[in-house]
Ligand binder design. Structure first.
Ligand SMILES: [Zn+2]
Length: 317
């Protein structure tokens, strides 16, 4: 990551270094500063950052590194919002892989963003990710940004050909889409209210880690099963990373709470080792759906010495 930052002009390296200490988040004021110094658009900056995002990829199976950079919708008035990194994360079972676009959206959601305005990706989003993005707040106007030299002709070139940017609306990449409205769901992922789902643990705990997992479960998005779920991961060094469950109308592109937490950990600790995981807590409201077995399986694939701490919760009556 540091060597990739050194590929940028000297005057922007300190702004970019904040990405390392800030879990793959580049604040709007730093984005604006970099764009001014380099005289480039935010879209161009997002494309230039893709190799940095891809450097977080854990793709032992495919050796195919994907980076994504998402821009949130919350702005402080200057039109530019915070940027969020994501990279693909592979497990020993293919269908549990986390895609870079999912990781970037999860990063933004965990930071409190209420939607996504645009997302840059190293290559055209796969069908799984197009469907995942269809569930995200802001999807109606969501712009996909690609490096121009890897975009097909259906992408529109940027205003300045030197920008090496090509864009297209998600709606054009996923026409006649199936989405939340088809299942009668009007609230989108990232739109959850501050008060959350009013979950209450069925077994009391005053552990800080458990309460963090409860908070994540309260912020989760589970309109199709009501299986609100969140997890909290503690490292041996004491850092804590949370993950929020997000369902998808097409089911399979749903985001598991453990993948969400693990991805945030990887973005925050590039030198991590799976053996550095000390504890993992899952809090959920189990219904016909439960995250318990998949979380146990995924944890086992990463670290055989840690046992999942499981807490059920009910919605307060
Ligand atoms: Zn994908």
């Amino acid at each position: 990551m540091k060597s990739l930052i050194n590929n940028f002009p000297n005057e922007v390296r300190s702004d970019l270094s904040s990405l390392i200490d800030n879990g793959g988040v580049l604040r709007a004021e730093k984005c604006e500063h970099i764009c001014q110094l380099l005289s480039i658009s935010i879209e161009n900056l997002m494309v230039k950052l893709l190799p940095l995002a891809a450097s977080y990829s854990k793709s032992e199976l495919s050796s195919y590194k994907v980076g994504a950079v998402a821009q949130g919708i919350d702005t402080k008035g200057n039109g530019i919002s915070d940027l969020y990194f994501g990279a693909n994360l592979e497990f020993s079972s293919l269908y549990n892989s986390l895609h870079a676009e999912q990781a970037a959206v999860s990063n933004a959601w965990l930071d409190g963003q209420k939607g996504i305005r645009s997302i840059a990706v190293s290559g055209a989003p796969c069908g799984h990710c197009r469907q995942f993005l269809k569930e995200v707040a802001g999807n109606n106007d969501l712009q996909i940004i690609l490096p121009a030299d890897s975009a097909s002709e259906i992408f529109l070139p940027g205003e300045n050909p030197e920008d090496n940017v090509a864009t297209i609306d998600l709606s054009k990449l996923l026409p006649a889409a199936f989405g939340p409205l088809d299942l009668g769901c009007e609230q989108l992922m990232m739109e959850a209210t501050e008060e959350g789902h009013q979950l209450e643990l069925t077994r009391q705990s005053d552990s800080y880690l458990v309460l963090q997992a409860l908070l994540a479960a309260n912020r989760s998005y589970a309109p199709y099963s009501s299986n609100y779920a969140g997890c909290a991961l503690e490292m041996k060094t004491g850092e804590i990373f949370c993950g929020q469950y997000a369902e998808n109308a097409a089911h399979n592109p749903s985001l598991s709470p453990y993948s969400s937490a693990l991805s945030k950990m990887i973005l925050s600790m590039p030198e991590f080792d799976y053996d550095d995981i000390a504890r993992l807590v899952l809090v959920e409201s189990p219904t016909m759906v439960s995250q318990k077995s998949i979380t146990t399986t995924l944890l086992l694939a990463c670290n055989k010495d840690v046992e999942l701490e499981y807490f059920a919760a009910d919605v307060k009556s």
